[in-house]
Design a protein. Structure first.
Length: 68
């Protein structure tokens, strides 16, 4: 796409496709889905102020279990 600005894309996918990034619960806003972007890249991509807590997003339980 050659467009300067935000774009909304509607992509039809097979129902058994694995979707990533995805939202785990509702503790993070829609624009900050897992797997999380590096925080500097996330901030650079935002056109509005991020929601409170954006510097330390909560990881889903499945990821917490895998971390040392």
């Amino acid at each position: 796409l050659q467009f300067d600005g935000p774009v909304v894309c509607d992509v039809d996918m097979h129902e058994y496709h694995t979707y990533e990034p995805r939202i785990f619960g509702w503790k993070t806003p829609i624009e900050d889905m897992y797997p999380y972007l590096p925080r500097d890249e996330f901030r650079k991509n935002m056109t509005i102020e991020p929601a409170e807590g954006w510097m330390n997003p909560e990881y889903p339980d499945v990821v917490k279990a895998q971390q040392p």
